[in-house]
Design a protein around this ligand. Structure first.
Ligand SMILES: [Zn+2]
Length: 232
């Protein structure tokens, strides 16, 4: 039997006690707070389980999930929330001016997410610059070879880098895989292309979506706190 979150105000060690299958965001926040305050494991796990489901179903905003996780010592939710907030399909302006969200998050959380988003944006700007071609000794014409590469970069890679509304996570990783490593560039020497691609693919910027997000996650990480009172 699971506790009824709506009944938590009336009790502490004797929770009451029918299963609420669709708790609201406020129910869950209150449930987790009370579970921590009165050390009630079943209420805590019930609330966290529903919080995870509603987050996965996009019913609770990632910024709210991040704030709840940090306030209540739930480290397993920090990384998924930060990753969701790193997605370019969720622009910062879409939530950081909303009172309903800002009432949950603190200045440290907002500033960390803003810095993360800024770094990810700067990485994209850096990658927009056309990388120099490394010409092979057999290159027939360095001029036309470089021109073909520049056109390819601008039209194929740059076009994707300039798009910030894609739903796919780790966009830079995908661009590196599909459009850099597997690049086909008409008019460019085969040896030149191979050497250039090898160098460009090793650019650290392609891995920013993993490393920058890891940095923000570590910065916002908290120690786990789980109620462990036996029998509740
Ligand atoms: Zn060349």
């Amino acid at each position: 039997m699971q506790p009824n979150v709506s009944g938590i105000g009336r009790c502490n060690t004797h929770l009451n006690i029918s299963y609420n299958v669709n708790p609201s965001q406020d129910d869950l926040i209150q449930g987790i707070n009370v579970a921590q305050m009165w050390n009630v494991p079943r209420l805590f796990h019930y609330s966290v389980d529903h919080l995870k489901r509603q987050f996965a179903g996009k019913k609770i905003h990632a910024a709210v999930v991040l704030a709840i996780a940090r306030k209540n010592g739930i480290p397993t939710l920090i990384k998924p929330a930060v990753e969701a907030l790193a997605n370019s399909a969720v622009p910062l302006h879409s939530w950081c001016g909303e009172g309903e969200i800002l009432c949950h998050v603190d200045i440290q959380e907002v500033s960390a997410i803003a810095r993360m988003r800024e770094r990810l944006h700067l990485v994209r700007l850096a990658l927009l610059d056309v990388p120099p071609v490394i010409h092979d000794v057999d290159c027939a014409s360095a001029g036309s070879c470089a021109k073909a590469w520049e056109l390819y970069w601008y039209m194929k890679v740059g076009r994707k880098l300039r798009r910030l509304d894609g739903e796919v996570s780790h966009q830079l990783w995908w661009i590196r895989l599909q459009d850099v490593i597997k690049a086909q560039v008409p008019g460019m020497g085969i040896g030149c292309l191979a050497q250039t691609v090898t160098t460009v693919a090793n650019n650290e910027c392609w891995f920013a979506e993993t490393r920058v997000v890891e940095g923000a996650t570590n910065y916002l990480m908290v120690t786990e706190r789980i109620p462990d009172w036996p029998g509740n």
